[in-house]
Design a protein around this ligand. Structure first.
Ligand code: PNS
Length: 171
């Protein structure tokens, strides 16, 4: 059985991520979607919330496992007995960042291989951070994230905003 780990911060999952998961699940026997900490990004959703949103968005796909992990990706690969990392590529900017991580992971463990999947053109402009910005200022996130989690995302973002104006608590 050949499985691959699809790691990311997924804060939150977008249609771009879902596309990679769906296509990856047709190539591998199992896709393990792993929510990991990116030390360079401050998250909005708790790790548990991210996992729940991914579970909800992928409920129609049989061969997917959703987990969270704290630590190095190479240690998770060992634990899950696979050497394949799957990552989506949207732009050249993604490539520079992803290549650096792929080389680092391969330096840490020579067995590790990173496979890049070109994202669908329809989602190549979608990012979790753009989704959060659009939702925060009242724009529509329909078509950017899986339809069955649109409400969850909007509710979370509006709840976090409520009561706070310019960093001060509203009366
Ligand atoms: O979705 P992101 O934020 O681009 O995902 C980045 C992530 C979480 C996959 C990356 O930061 C990561 O692998 N973190 C775990 C720690 C690790 O293994 N770092 C070494 C590789 S540079």
């Amino acid at each position: 059985m050949k499985s691959a780990i699809y790691p990311g911060s997924f804060d939150p999952i977008t249609n771009g991520h879902l596309d990679v998961i769906e296509r990856g699940a047709r190539i591998f026997d199992k896709i393990i979607v792993a929510v990991l900490i990116n030390v360079e990004k401050k998250g909005l959703f708790d790790i548990e919330e991210r996992v729940e949103l991914i579970k909800k968005a992928t409920q129609g796909i049989g061969n997917v496992e959703i987990i969270s992990f704290e630590g190095l990706l190479i240690d998770l690969l060992k634990q899950k007995e696979t050497n394949i990392i799957l990552k989506g590529l949207r732009t050249v900017m993604d490539f520079e960042y992803e290549l650096q991580m792929a080389l680092m992971n391969n330096k840490l463990d020579k067995e590790v291989e990173t496979l890049f999947m070109a994202t669908a053109t329809e989602t190549s402009f979608v990012s979790s951070s753009a989704v959060k910005q659009v939702a925060k200022f009242g724009g529509s996130i329909e078509g950017l994230v899986p339809s069955n989690i649109v409400d969850d995302i909007e509710r979370k973002i509006n709840r976090d905003d409520r009561g706070v104006v310019n960093g001060q608590t509203r009366n």
